[in-house]
Design a protein around this ligand. Structure first.
Ligand SMILES: [Zn+2]
Length: 338
């Protein structure tokens, strides 16, 4: 692999991005991301690992609408090691310690098969890449085009800017779920700012967290109806943006230990709705895991679906040991009072 190959990869990127921008313009951003997924399956970057996934839905009692769920997804366990080459071939350069989300590494790590799409919103500052370890079909990781950290420190302006960017992306994606995982709240790459975007998976209805907030219109603290305390806002993007910014300022001013504070932020645009739902889940950096679950608790888990990837977890799922009460207990362990 040499510089000519990097040049060829860049030229292919330009051609693909022109094509995807046309699709986004005529059929919407979701169609463009789906076309990127199709391209990446064809190129061989995404292998059909979701065939190994099984889902378990647990109700507190028969006939109840409430539930928690678990997915057994063995490929997810390999994500901390990354995918592709770890040492650059001759002529290629590794930047930022071989960061998996820097475009200058991606071309050689994935030997030219991984392609991204620069999103035509938020000032073109983000590139969508398909997740090689997806939670569901068309799961993208949207990364900043600069190597900037995932955590916001204790700066509320930076945090609000991240939330703003997430809301803008999801607002353009009816039927999609987007989330941000902070340090110690499920993020596996701390050096490089990124979000997750995925269409609501086929066969999925409202997630348990959405059910817990379904009667809330205005923006409220939800704590008794769910094992994890969270804030919820619903409405048009501009309106919830203002309400979130006001709330965040007060919340951050009252924090006892801002250095240990982290969060999951989730935004969902229902296909039928013209507004957004935003969920803010405060977390503690030292509590990224829960007893009874080998993996970390991230945005998808706090929504109500735990993700298991080890054989031991699979045995517990198959034996019925991981039931509604067990998942509620797992989630309650990462809850932080608001
Ligand atoms: Zn990076």
């Amino acid at each position: 692999m040499d510089q000519l190959n990097e040049q060829a990869w860049r030229e292919q990127q330009v051609a693909l991005n022109t094509h995807l921008a046309d699709i986004a313009e005529s059929r919407g951003l979701g169609a463009a991301l789906q076309a990127l997924a199709d391209h990446q399956i064809e190129s061989g970057f995404i292998r059909d690992r979701l065939a190994e996934v099984s889902r378990y839905v647990c109700h507190p009692k028969p006939g109840s609408r409430r539930y928690f769920s678990a997915q057994f997804n063995p490929a997810r366990g390999r994500r901390f090691a990354g995918a592709g080459l770890h040492v650059p071939p001759e002529g290629a350069e590794s930047v930022h310690g071989g960061c998996f989300l820097c475009a200058r590494n991606i071309w050689w790590q994935q030997q030219g098969v991984e392609m991204g799409f620069r999103l035509p919103l938020v000032g073109g500052r983000y590139i969508a890449w398909m997740n090689p370890f997806p939670l569901a079909p068309t799961h993208c990781v949207v990364a900043s085009d600069k190597h900037v950290p995932q955590c916001w420190g204790s700066d509320s302006v930076t945090l609000m800017k991240m939330i703003d960017d997430l809301l803008t992306m999801v607002d353009a994606l009816p039927g999609w779920i987007g989330f941000y995982n902070g340090e110690g709240a499920g993020a596996s790459i701390l050096g490089h700012l990124h979000f997750h975007l995925l269409p609501r998976p086929p066969g999925y209805g409202p997630m348990p967290m959405e059910l817990a907030a379904r009667n809330d219109q205005e923006g409220s603290l939800i704590e008794d109806a769910y094992p994890v305390s969270f804030m919820h806002w619903r409405g048009q993007r501009a309106s919830i943006r203002t309400r979130i910014a006001c709330w965040l300022e007060r919340w951050q001013a009252g924090l006892k230990d801002p250095g240990q504070t982290t969060a999951n932020v989730i935004a969902i645009r229902d296909r039928e709705s013209d507004g957004l739902d935003c969920y803010f889940v405060p977390r503690h950096k030292a509590r990224s895991r829960a007893e009874g679950l080998e993996g970390v608790v991230g945005g998808f888990e706090v929504l109500g679906e735990i993700v298991c990837s080890s054989e031991a977890d699979q045995k517990r799922l198959n034996s019925g040991e991981v039931d509604y009460a067990a998942i509620a207990r797992i989630l309650s362990q990462v809850s932080v009072a608001l």
